[in-house]
Write a protein that binds this ligand. Structure first.
Ligand SMILES: C[S@@+](CC[C@H](N)C(=O)[O-])C[C@H]1O[C@@H](n2cnc3c(N)ncnc32)[C@H](O)[C@@H]1O
Length: 211
């Protein structure tokens, strides 16, 4: 894809993120173009990621008080964050989901043999996940558009959500930390912790036990 095409794509990703965070109902209109955009980017996506893209995510993983067993990586793309999580959490099963079938195909093809038994990839829309409530002890979103109701629903009580943005506020898909706290707090998340590494940021939060 040309440099101009990539620049327009980044702008569209930022526009879509802002729109959907403010009004999730707009996703129905933005979904087809988002999927088309990422299907087209899939073959070159991994080569576009910097070596330190997941450092904030890894810092946040190191801060987890206990190791989760069931992990969901939303908007997994070519699976790089899912692989990083599986390496950091050797006891965990990791499901990576993405809207774009081409991304999922790339992720499956790139799965290292030593992770193949614990990491799998599925096509799914983060706005409407095919998983039961409380299915995951850790839900990760690396540079991914958040659908807060679904994040809250599939996270187990006592489990964690981890947002990471490889380029901090310059990441095309970026949500300000105060907005993340507000949306997550409204859905029962607490114990927020911020991380910075390289040019990236991350936020970890725990889903509180019911009162
Ligand atoms: C910026 S890429 C990030 C990919 C990967 N997490 C990474 O950091 O390399 C965003 C990904 O989210 C996917 N995506 C966008 N909207 C989605 C949705 N509603 N459900 C699932 N995946 C979605 C796109 O197809 C794309 O692969």
């Amino acid at each position: 894809m040309s440099e101009l095409g990539q620049r327009l794509g980044r702008r569209f990703a930022r526009f879509t993120t802002n729109a959907v965070v403010s009004r999730p109902a707009l996703w129905r209109l933005l979904r087809p173009l988002t999927r088309y955009q990422f299907d087209r980017l899939a073959p070159q996506w991994t080569s576009m990621r910097s070596a330190d893209a997941f450092e904030p995510l890894e810092q946040a993983l190191d801060a987890l008080p206990s190791a989760p067993n069931r992990v969901l990586d939303l908007g997994t793309g070519t699976g790089l964050a899912a692989f990083a999580i599986a390496r950091r959490l050797p006891g965990a099963t990791v499901v990576g989901t993405d809207l774009a079938e081409e991304m999922v195909a790339e992720a499956r093809a790139a799965t290292p043999p030593e992770l193949a038994e614990r990491v799998r990839f599925e096509v799914a829309d983060a706005a409407r996940l095919p998983y039961a409530a409380g299915s995951f002890e850790l839900v990760s979103l690396a540079n991914a558009i958040p659908f807060f109701d679904e994040v809250g629903r599939v996270t187990a009580v006592g489990g964690y959500v981890l947002f990471s943005f490889s380029g901090g506020p310059a990441t095309p898909i970026w949500v300000p930390p105060e907005r993340l706290r507000r949306e997550l707090g409204a859905r029962g998340f607490t114990d927020f912790a911020d991380f910075e590494a390289g040019s990236g940021t991350a936020l970890l939060a725990r889903k509180a036990e019911r009162e």
